[in-house]
Design a protein around this ligand. Structure first.
Ligand code: ADP
Ligand code: MG
Length: 319
């Protein structure tokens, strides 16, 4: 395994300093980063550009709004509560459906109205916000995941992370919730990251808590060879996110709803590099080509086509 990582480093594993200097600082002006640090703003921008997102039922921005809480929770198919400025899955509660005296959480436990009110107050106080500043609680449609993911998912919605450089999709992975990750797919919460072949949208190998794995830890099913449905649409949505925000380096988080199709969850202006481990590739050579590619006159679809060419010429076809 260590030999494998050495080989990866040699093959161009991108480090965190290089990411910060060459990608975040150079491609993402601070005023643009602000657009995506607030998930409400991202939703507004996306919807204006016809990129679908989970419906926003309402927000609680101060204690006075707390009187709306019960009406926001009054959804037979559940609701998701999240801090507008959160990250890494922190502060997100996935409520599955009402159950006697409260709501069933994705981990099977019951949340009472009092618990939820307490949680919303914590969000308002800024407990989960990136800057520690007071925050806003969002209430949104709970995505119902597509059955294709049943064998390799546990208790939540998988999300597809696509890294986009200068509007060109470059690398992707699907993140799968586990018993440990409590209804969320974030790697920091114990989700499994599975590399995706950018050209076909097929799953490759996986990793959890920094270690490579080829099976889902809860279902024990093999992770390889699933085709992510609507792959072309997802690539186009991710590429369009560049037109919408101007961010030269971004990570688009997309989920697949059973009936509504692909929905954009959020955009990240400082996406991490674990995606290289999930894909077992170092992205430096691909990145170099992506940074130098001529995109003049190309729209989102044109950039997706270019992305596939660049990827195939820098990443070997999976066996
Ligand atoms: N509307 C939703 N329906 C179902 N699950 C969701 C929803 N929003 C978020 N999640 C779960 O929580 C995870 C993190 O959500 P995200 O919006 O990307 O916030 P963060 O910035 O914390 O990563 C997602 O990967 C998904 O598994
Ligand atoms: Mg996310």
């Amino acid at each position: 395994m260590i030999g494998r990582y050495r080989a990866l480093r040699k093959a161009g594993l991108l480090g965190i300093n290089e990411r910060n200097v060459r990608l975040v600082n150079e491609l993402n002006p601070r005023r643009l980063i602000r657009l995506v640090d607030d998930k409400r703003e991202t939703k507004r921008l996306a919807n204006a550009a016809n990129i679908p997102t989970p419906e926003l039922y309402g927000v609680i921005a101060n204690p006075f709004h707390m009187r709306h809480l019960e009406s926001y929770l009054d959804k037979p198919d559940g609701v998701v509560i999240k801090p507008a400025n959160g990250s890494q899955g922190n502060g997100i509660q996935v409520l599955m459906e009402p159950m006697r005296g409260g709501w069933r959480r994705s981990n099977g436990q019951r949340a009472l109205l009092e618990d939820i009110r307490f949680h919303v107050n914590n969000i308002l106080s800024g407990m989960y916000s990136l800057s520690g500043q007071p925050d806003v609680a969002m209430f949104e449609y709970r995505v119902k995941f597509d059955e294709i993911f049943n064998p390799i998912s546990f208790g939540g919605v998988p999300d597809i992370r696509i890294i986009v450089v200068r509007g060109i999709p470059a690398v992707a992975m699907v993140r799968l919730p586990t018993a440990e990750s409590d209804g969320k797919a974030n790697l920091h919460k114990g989700g499994v990251g599975v590399g995706l072949d950018l050209v076909t949208g097929k799953t490759l190998s996986g990793m959890q808590n920094g270690k490579t794995t080829d099976i889902h830890p809860d279902t024990a099913n093999p992770l390889r060879n699933f085709s992510v449905p609507h792959w072309d649409t997802m690539l186009e949505m991710a590429s369009k996110a560049y037109d919408v925000t101007g961010l030269g380096y971004l990570g688009a988080d997309i989920v697949l709803d059973k009936t509504k199709g692909p929905l954009l969850l959020e955009l990240n202006a400082r996406p991490g590099l674990a995606i290289q481990i999930a894909n077992r590739i170092g992205i430096r050579p691909l990145l170099k080509a992506t940074l130098e590619a001529d995109t003049e006159g190309l729209d989102a679809l044109g950039r997706v086509e270019l992305a596939r060419k660049l990827y195939r010429s820098h990443v070997p076809e999976p066996i």
